[in-house]
Ligand binder design. Structure first.
Ligand code: 6GU
Length: 287
């Protein structure tokens, strides 16, 4: 952490301009693919893809299940940009690196960001394979001072103290419900509150019980940081959690959280999650 991880407006602009010079796609929607959900990027037509390692200022992702590519293209004619693989606190990145892509999205012209993640279910009504529309988040690292907006504020991105009570766009949540119903996903489409932790260790039983009592329906290691940065610079946000496993809530349970289970469930529901997101994109209104 600290000033060395800060990217200036000029740094972000340089990266955005570098990208814009290499593709004619002018994205209005930015998508972030969670673990096992990288197939979303493969749905884009007329792709122009960049490996993260080739993009100036871009961090690289280190986790299995994350490809590490930025893909430009169109979804039924709508210009999009898609992160295939994201950055996490548990990889050791400074939080400003994790959220840098959101500022670049904004400078590319993106108006709406759609984020997906794999999460553990805390809500006892949730089943493995449920898709949860995020209606809010609890930013635990933020409570400890690790917020992507900590440090000097540049007003060209946004205000010093941004509002978060409207972080998750209500119209987009309704659109997801409507599209989900039409696609026949009603039985496994939920809504709830996502709690982000630093990871990489999964939660203890006591931690899961605590988070549930505090009002969290799902727990994960991503998304909320990106949402904060995206809202700061005025983009509309929509996010989905795929419930890949149930958080362990009692001492008699035989279950153990593991990354393989997370990726497996991802594969099973990925097609439907991708269909939901792509249909939403083709139905959204643009300025
Ligand atoms: Cl159970 N916990 C966390 N922190 N992240 C997860 C998860 C659980 N399942 C998928 N991602």
């Amino acid at each position: 952490r600290g000033t060395s991880a800060m990217y200036s407006y000029e740094d972000c602009k340089a990266t955005a301009d570098w990208l814009l010079a290499q593709t004619s796609v002018r994205p209005v929607v930015g998508i972030v693919c969670g673990s096992g959900m990288g197939g979303l990027a493969d749905m884009l037509k007329d792709q122009v893809a960049f490996n993260y390692k080739d993009i100036p200022n871009f961090p690289q992702s280190t986790v299995h299940g994350h490809a590490g590519r930025l893909v430009f293209g169109t979804l039924k004619g709508r210009p999009c940009v898609c992160m295939q693989g994201r950055f996490h606190l548990y990889e050791g990145y400074a939080i400003q690196k994790i959220t840098l892509p959101m500022r670049i999205f904004s400078l590319l012209g993106v108006e709406t960001v759609i984020l997906t993640n794999a999460a553990g279910g805390l809500n006892q009504d949730f089943k493995v394979g449920d898709i949860m529309i995020m209606k809010d988040h609890i930013n635990m690292p933020g409570f400890a001072g690790n917020n992507p907006l900590a440090g000097a504020n540049d007003d060209r991105f946004g205000v010093r103290f941004p509002c978060m009570s409207d972080a998750y766009d209500r119209e987009l949540q309704q659109l997801a419900v409507d599209v989900g119903q039409e696609l026949g996903y009603g039985d496994f489409l939920r809504e709830g509150v996502y709690c982000v932790l630093g990871g990489p260790s999964f939660e203890t039983i006591a931690e899961c019980r605590m988070l549930h009592k505090l009002g969290a329906d799902a727990v994960g290691m991503s998304t909320a940081h990106e949402v904060i940065a995206a809202r700061h610079c005025g983009m509309r946000v929509f996010a989905l959690s795929l419930i890949t496993n149930k958080a362990v809530m009692d001492y008699d349970s035989e279950e153990k959280a593991n990354h393989e289970e997370v990726l497996e469930t991802g594969q099973h529901r990925a097609i439907q999650l991708e269909k939901l997101v792509s249909t939403m994109v083709t139905r959204m209104e643009y300025n």
